[in-house]
Design a binder for this molecule. Structure first.
Ligand code: 3H9
Length: 710
């Protein structure tokens, strides 16, 4: 953006020290305009003989959080970040970087191009590039190991996990860590002050520039260096995620090649990787998650205050929700119908916390603090004072409506009532109360303390502040929230139902459920749909099929195999049998009796099984998801295609590196999708008739991504 030229860097002088303060909200991403401004400011400082030292700091919440991800995949606009950083490194007088917030990716590379680094104790530093399918492309792979050696550099860059300031100091990445400021001073001002004081000290000591490219501490033990590279090579990433391998090559090159040649290798790696399908998909996933947080109509609307929340039902779901709320620092009142059920519910919460302690994710003291915020009760009146109550009782409309009526009677005006239903009509539940504007759906995914997705189901009457409260709660819980409208199954479960129908048709036609799961695992799902069904339990979908049976068009094809399993009491893992046998190990073994039962069903319907190859399984799974996704979009149930992608990645194990089904459809071309749908619709029109939106997009030469922007 040419209009950005010269903007984003504030220049101030203090006793011969020039302070460059980067100011590009929200996270000071190093986009083109900012790079140009920084390059110009550095050049101007170099040409000013009165400037004895340079301090690079940042305004707002953070030192740069990296390159501007939105620019990736477009033609690079000069100056390149790596060029700007080389200019900083060769600055003729000392350069100090003053860090606060999150110095990530290109931001950390900027810090490493400075000669000295100072940080607030609360700063997080890291190279998350690998999570975007790329490598640190502005000298990070060459400068970092010169300071830390190969093992730490590889760990930082291949895992993408950030480290705190103390660890970064121990690795040699920071020269000084200063305490975070008290309430009287902003982190920005504190970091700037620390950086300037450090620069003054350097000048007083007569120290000069210390270019990282000339440092050698990290090369002190070449054998250990080579061993770390060898160990990384012995742990190769999957073929579709090549970034970690290229990072290893670059770190190896740092020791073996001159600095400039190492930079050239890094540059080539960066250019190759940014164009890979994985990098495109991961970038799409990152940006989609952020976009999902922007919901028209509630932007800028203040959420209601949340301090103590009620959870109705201490089953697996309710206990998981309670555990998540406690982790977020909230108070929880857990309600069960009798003492025994309450004991079981509390024991479930305790077990979750016990596992967290055993894994070192929670200290004993923190657990005790969390436990003191939890009240278990069998008296509904105990929910009178909560700010928001989430019902997580059995999936039955009448039961949930009764709970809603009771909550409505007891809870104070202005308090929010939420349902965790997976399928039921949130508008009808709201109508059971006298406060429909205060009702919403909060659809957690199981296990609720682990899964990051939350569908915020906004009903016809839900007030904007109540919807905003759902999003605020998700943020507090560290979850990714997606707005969904009211429909059977909302976004995710409605797509799942269609996708499962398509797979059930294939199984009845000749594929085995195990072949379906294997094909989708090879595509990148962590689990196939039948393994997931066993994990979640088959009974909820069974109840739903029974509920919808009377409304079903009798001319439509139905597959009864899952009903046959349920009739035998095979509900999945919890009963030891489902699609798989679970008596020998967690993963489940293929079950010849299930295959026999499928064969019986085929015979009953006179279906001659046909061969189904993995490519067809994947093509039909994807087409079913995308076709249903397109209908959901047209109905306004999902706001944008990328929201559907977020739901499928975070709630259903869709491979993140592919971005999501709508993106995969764009990638493969909507024309090919339309061709498949039309061909399959000839036999099964109720499932495969293309959604009008897909036909429209194809006709106008557009793709789903073109709808994301709006
Ligand atoms: C890189 O640096 C490559 C280099 O090696 C150089 C190669 C040549 N770009 O997450 P939030 C936006 S790769 C553009 O909600 P939080 C985000 O979209 C990069 N925009 O806040 C959102 O916008 P909006 C390596 C970015 O407090 C807003 O900032 N760096 C970028 O929960 C707030 O974001 C990374 O991978 C960006 N780099 O978390 C770090 N980052 O308000 C990626 C953020 O319009 N970023 N935005 O919706 C993060 O991990 C988190 O955003 C962060 C803040 C921890 C910084």
């Amino acid at each position: 953006m040419a209009g950005d030229e010269g903007q984003g860097v504030r220049v101030e002088d203090e006793d011969g020290i020039r302070i460059l303060e980067i100011d590009r909200p929200p996270v000071n991403a190093l986009g083109h305009g900012l790079r140009a401004a920084l390059a110009a400011a550095v050049a101007a400082a170099a040409a000013s003989p009165g400037v004895r030292a340079l301090v690079i700091a940042a305004a707002g919440r953070s030192f740069p959080a990296g390159a501007d991800i939105r620019e990736f995949g477009r033609p690079p606009q000069p100056p390149l970040l790596t060029e700007v950083l080389c200019a900083i490194e060769s600055f003729p007088r000392p350069v100090v970087a003053a860090l606060h917030g999150t110095a990530l990716g290109g931001g950390l590379e900027l810090a490493l191009a400075a000669h000295y680094r100072v940080a607030l104790a609360t700063t997080r530093l890291g190279f998350p590039e690998v999570t975007l399918g790329i490598l640190p492309g502005a000298g990070g792979t060459q400068r970092t190991p010169r300071i830390t050696g190969a093992a730490a550099a590889l760990r930082l860059m291949r895992t993408g996990q950030p480290v705190g300031a103390a660890e970064a100091e121990a690795l040699g990445l920071l020269d000084l860590v200063v305490p975070a400021p008290g309430p009287g001073e902003s982190p920005t001002a504190a970091a700037r002050r620390a950086g300037t004081a450090f620069a003054r000290g350097i000048l007083a000591e007569g120290l000069g520039p210390r270019p990282t490219r000339e440092r050698r501490e990290g090369f002190a033990d070449p054998a250990a260096y080579a061993e770390a590279v060898r160990a990384a090579r012995a742990d190769p990433p999957p073929a579709h995620l090549p970034a970690a391998g290229r990072i290893t090559d670059c770190v190896e090159a740092a020791l073996l090649l001159p600095f400039e040649a190492g930079l050239a290798l890094e540059r080539a790696g960066s250019e190759d990787l940014v164009a890979t399908e994985a990098a495109q998909g991961l970038r799409h996933a990152f940006l989609s998650e952020r976009r999902a947080a922007h919901v028209p109509g509630i932007e800028g609307v203040a959420p209601r205050t949340l301090e103590v929340l009620g959870v109705v039902g201490g089953g697996l779901m309710g206990a998981g929700i309670a555990a998540a709320l406690l982790s977020a620092g909230l108070g929880v009142v857990l309600l069960e119908r009798d003492g025994e059920a309450l004991d079981r519910g509390l024991a479930r919460v305790a077990e979750i916390k016990e596992r967290a302690v055993a894994r070192g994710r929670l200290t004993e003291a923190a657990r005790a603090a969390e436990w003191s915020r939890l009240i278990g009760t069998t008296d509904m009146e105990a929910l009178a004072g909560v700010d928001l109550a989430i019902e997580a009782v059995f999936e039955d409309f009448d039961l949930k409506a009764r709970v809603f009526r009771d909550l409505d009677r007891i809870m104070r005006p202005g308090a929010v009532i939420a349902t965790n239903t997976s399928y039921l009509d949130v508008d009808a539940l709201a109508a059971a109360t006298g406060r429909p504007a205060d009702i919403l759906g909060l659809h957690f995914f199981s296990p609720a303390h682990v899964m990051r997705l939350l569908e915020v189901v906004v009903g016809r009457a839900t007030a904007p502040a109540v919807a905003a409260t759902g999003f605020a709660l998700a943020r507090r819980l560290g979850k990714v929230a997606v707005r969904a409208g009211v429909t059977d199954g909302f976004i995710g479960n409605r797509i799942l139902a269609t996708w499962r129908t398509a797979m059930d048709f294939l199984v009845e036609d000749g594929a085995s459920p195990y072949a379906v799961d294997a094909a989708l695992r090879d595509f990148g799902f962590s689990l196939g749909p039948y393994a997931v069904a066993d994990l979640a339990g088959l009974e909820i979908a069974w109840a739903r099929r029974q509920r919808l049976a009377s409304a079903r068009d009798p001319s439509h094809r139905t597959v009864a195999i899952a009903d046959r399993l349920c009739e035998r009491g095979w509900f999945g893992q919890k009963t030891g049998r489902g699609w798989y046998r679970h008596d020998q190990g967690r993963r489940g073994a293929e079950d010849p009796e299930v295959l026999a039962l499928i064969a019986e069903e085929r015979a009953r319907k006179g279906i001659l099984p046909r061969a189904v190859d993995p490519a067809e399984i994947v093509a039909r799974a994807l087409a079913a998801m995308v076709n249903e996704g397109a209908r959901i979009l047209a109905e306004g149930i999902a706001l944008r295609p990328s929201d559907i992608d977020v739901v499928m990645v975070h709630g259903y194990g869709y491979p993140r590196w592919r971005g999501g089904p709508m993106r995969t459809a764009d990638h493969g071309g909507l024309l090919a999708l339309r061709r498949n749908l039309l061909a399959w619709a000839a036999d099964e029109p109720e499932l495969w008739t293309p959604a009008p939106l897909i036909l429209d997009l194809v006709k106008n030469g557009r793709d789903f991504a073109s709808l994301d922007a709006g």
